[in-house]
Design a protein around this ligand. Structure first.
Ligand code: GRF
Length: 195
């Protein structure tokens, strides 16, 4: 759809965070490009003091913190927020809470996540440490759809990163994050084009 000035109306997305928000920053940065098909409309954190919330405030993006629990009432509040704000896609970016199954079902096929490993390998936490301990030659990152199983939904984009002999979990994190920041905005546009 186009606005009266001929510009394309961008799809509205919500980003869920828990911490520093470096992926949120890259998602926002890309959204300002002409080629971006999305706009970050809403940022939700499950932690009041998440650094990423400050970024949302600075960029004048609607934001709030919600203590997600299995409670149906809270889930309904979030679902209403998504509806009210015409959110087309939810992007988890360092969101450290498992979403209630009821929420996943209600927003089916419209929640994606980024994970710092070459899924299906190394689901869960401390991926870089485990990759080093197993003397892997490659690691990477994956954007995938969210289903009720941890880090298990259909893969959207995946990129490899070579591990060098002198790498450690910190250096791997740095390399992988750089790639995460590139592929997540691309994956968002790719998914939105299919919705
Ligand atoms: C990223 O490595 C992401 O893949 C993982 O959590 C980290 C979040 O980092 N799910 P940030 O908050 O986006 O900086």
């Amino acid at each position: 759809m186009k606005k009266s000035d001929g510009k394309k109306i961008k799809d509205k997305i919500a980003v869920f965070i828990s911490g520093r928000g470096s992926n949120l920053r890259s998602i926002i940065k890309y959204s300002n490009k002409k080629k971006s098909s999305y706009k970050v409309e809403l940022v939700i954190s499950n932690k009041k003091n998440a650094k990423g919330l400050l970024l949302a405030k600075k960029k004048a993006i609607k934001n709030c913190s919600i203590d997600f629990t299995e409670s149906k009432k809270l889930t309904d509040i979030v679902l209403n927020l998504l509806k009210k704000n015409h959110i087309k896609l939810v992007c988890l970016a360092g969101f450290m809470k498992i979403l209630p199954v009821y929420f996943i079902k209600s927003f089916k096929g419209k929640i994606i996540n980024i994970h710092p490993s070459l899924l299906p390998k190394y689901k869960g936490l401390n991926t870089h440490k485990r990759v080093i301990n197993n003397s892997e030659k490659f690691t990477g990152c994956t954007v995938h759809f969210v289903n009720k199983f941890l880090d298990s939904g259909k893969i959207i984009i995946q990129k490899k990163v070579r591990i060098k002999k002198d790498d450690n979990p910190k250096s791997i994190e740095k390399k992988v994050l750089k790639i995460e920041h590139k592929i997540y905005p691309q994956a968002i546009c790719e998914v939105l084009s299919t919705l």
